[in-house]
Design a protein around this ligand. Structure first.
Ligand SMILES: Cc1cc2nc3c(=O)[nH]c(=O)nc-3n(C[C@H](O)[C@H](O)[C@H](O)COP(=O)(O)OP(=O)(O)OC[C@H]3O[C@@H](n4cnc5c(N)ncnc54)[C@H](O)[C@@H]3O)c2cc1C
Length: 471
């Protein structure tokens, strides 16, 4: 085994005025956390590595929200519902989206225009008084006993130290939690299911008015299903692709002539290695061209498609998750378990993509997705507060992709809609913690649930508890 050489150095760096809350990462989870905390009166800094909010939904061109209903009723409330309402008013959804999409369709993804989402989230953050620090990364931490005292930011100005009373890790990769010494699970070849990454892209010149698509979303579904079942296997048999990948989510209609494309798995990518990420971006851009050509040659309405852009960031489905006070597991999911301390409920099949190009993996995916790991109409699983708390954490929470669940459940609740709800919960928890002195790992969860309900969250549990759910 080779050891990496090390070098120690000391620097004096400028110190910013302190905040109540620092949120690392401005994706769905971090934006909701920061906005909701600021609305509750916290002086909040939101640190984001790119130049916009929205994370995968904007920078990553993953332009569709995972389901927001259980096929009978809307499951999302609070911040996420407010976001949907605002997007509806501002015509930010794909043109085929109808109200039924939002509240009465089982497993219905909701396509949107990423540029609209960016601006709406900017408005929410600015109006709430969140201080935005784009092009900045959290790169180090300083602890004071078992509390996080401050973070070191890196940006064009150099390094800065920022102190706060509370911190949220919404980096997707649990970057802040790992720096703070929280126990984490690195999801690389250590389990039977390692979700591959995908570099998504933006396409123009799409003929959604081709008769094959009919006049509404059902026509689009029909072509999508035919593409997966018939046209993609045909192209594989014709030797069109570099890798024989039988599964791709495909295109989202986000405008009358535009689409985003979620296609091309980059297998065995290590999202915590910059070398692997770099190689993955190069390969992902090649794959995007292959899928463009496939659509042009095989799929109705696509002859004039143009690749306008690939995303500037890799679409990472899973990397590092915290070991939380509780881990939400597949049996909880299949039993549609409800928790006294749940901060959201959700319904989306476990969407753990095939981990390689084998037929067996594709069949495993289909069996899970359409079989026992699909909660069905009217079902939902609770997302307990305790999966957002690194074990023993005093003033640190996580939200979004890096929460504590097993690989299968993660494949469900990593969705953007769930991430926004987790973000609202931890922003609210941070405010409660600061005002009461309760640490993250011993927060009064009854009070938290009551506050979230007052803020519009849909939390149908009948029994509440002052104590969080623990393993
Ligand atoms: C290819 C693909 C397709 C998907 N399809 C769907 C779908 O159809 N529907 C759906 O709902 N979900 C989908 N998902 C899942 C979903 O997009 C993510 O799980 C979700 O965005 C997670 O939200 P998040 O806020 O935790 O993380 P992210 O959206 O990843 O946001 C994290 C943010 O943190 C920033 N950041 C990272 N490190 C640092 C740091 N050290 N300092 C400061 N900032 C940092 C990043 O720049 C980023 O903006 C998909 C994911 C992928 C990859």
């Amino acid at each position: 085994m080779t050891t990496t050489p090390t070098h120690s150095y000391t620097r004096r760096i400028p110190v910013d005025a302190p905040y109540d809350l620092v949120v690392a990462g401005g994706g769905p989870a971090g934006t909701a956390a920061a906005v909701c905390a600021a609305r509750l009166g916290l002086k909040t800094l939101l640190v984001e590595a790119t130049g916009c909010l929205g994370g995968m939904g904007t920078s990553g061109l993953v332009a569709s929200f995972g389901p927001v209903s259980d096929g009978e009723r809307m499951l999302v409330g609070g911040f996420m519902k407010e976001l949907l309402d605002t997007m509806w008013q501002q015509k930010a959804f794909g043109p085929q989206v109808v109200p039924e999409f939002l509240n009465a369709q089982l497993n219905r993804w909701v396509p949107f225009k990423p540029e609209h989402l960016k601006r709406i989230l900017d408005d929410f953050a600015v109006q709430a008084g969140v201080e935005l620090r784009f092009f900045s990364r959290v790169v180090d931490v300083e602890m004071e006993g078992d509390r996080l005292r401050g973070v070191v930011l890196s940006n064009v100005e150099g390094l800065r130290f920022v102190e706060a009373k509370a911190f949220v890790d919404a980096t997707g990769d649990a970057a802040l939690a790992a720096l703070a010494g929280a126990e984490c699970k690195v999801v690389l070849r250590d389990t039977d299911t390692v979700a591959p990454s995908t570099l998504c892209s933006l396409l123009g010149g799409m003929h959604w008015d081709d008769p094959a698509y009919g006049s509404d979303w059902q026509g689009i579904d029909a072509v999508k299903n035919r593409t997966k079942a018939e046209l993609l296997p045909q192209a594989i048999d014709d030797g069109h692709f570099t890798q024989e990948d039988r599964f791709m989510p495909g295109m989202n209609k986000i405008g009358e002539r535009t689409a985003t494309l979620n296609a091309g798995h980059v297998f065995q990518l290590n999202p915590l290695s910059v070398r692997s990420l770099s190689d993955g971006m190069v390969f992902g851009r090649k794959l995007a061209l292959e899928y463009l050509e496939f659509y042009r040659q095989y799929v109705p309405g696509c002859a004039d498609l143009e690749l306008l852009a690939t995303a500037p960031v890799m679409g990472v489905r899973d990397s590092r998750r915290i070991v939380g006070e509780f881990e939400l597991g597949i049996e909880d999911f299949r039993n549609r378990r409800q928790f006294p301390d749940q901060i959201a409920v959700y319904n989306r099949p476990t969407d753990v993509h095939p981990t390689d190009t084998s037929k067996a993996e594709y069949e495993r995916f289909l069996k899970d997705f359409h079989g026992k790991d699909n909660l069905g109409r009217g079902g939902c699983v609770g997302i307990p507060y305790s999966i957002l708390v690194p074990r023993g954490a005093q003033n640190l929470w996580v939200a979004g992709r890096c929460h504590s669940s097993d690989t299968k459940v993660h494949g469900s609740i990593r969705a953007q809609s769930a991430a926004y709800m987790m973000g609202q919960a931890v922003g609210t928890a941070a405010a409660q913690s600061i005002s009461t002195g309760q640490p993250a790992c011993d927060l009064d969860t009854q009070a938290l649930v009551e506050t979230l309900r007052r803020a519009g969250a849909f939390l149908p549990q009948e029994t509440l508890s002052h104590e969080m759910t623990r393993s």
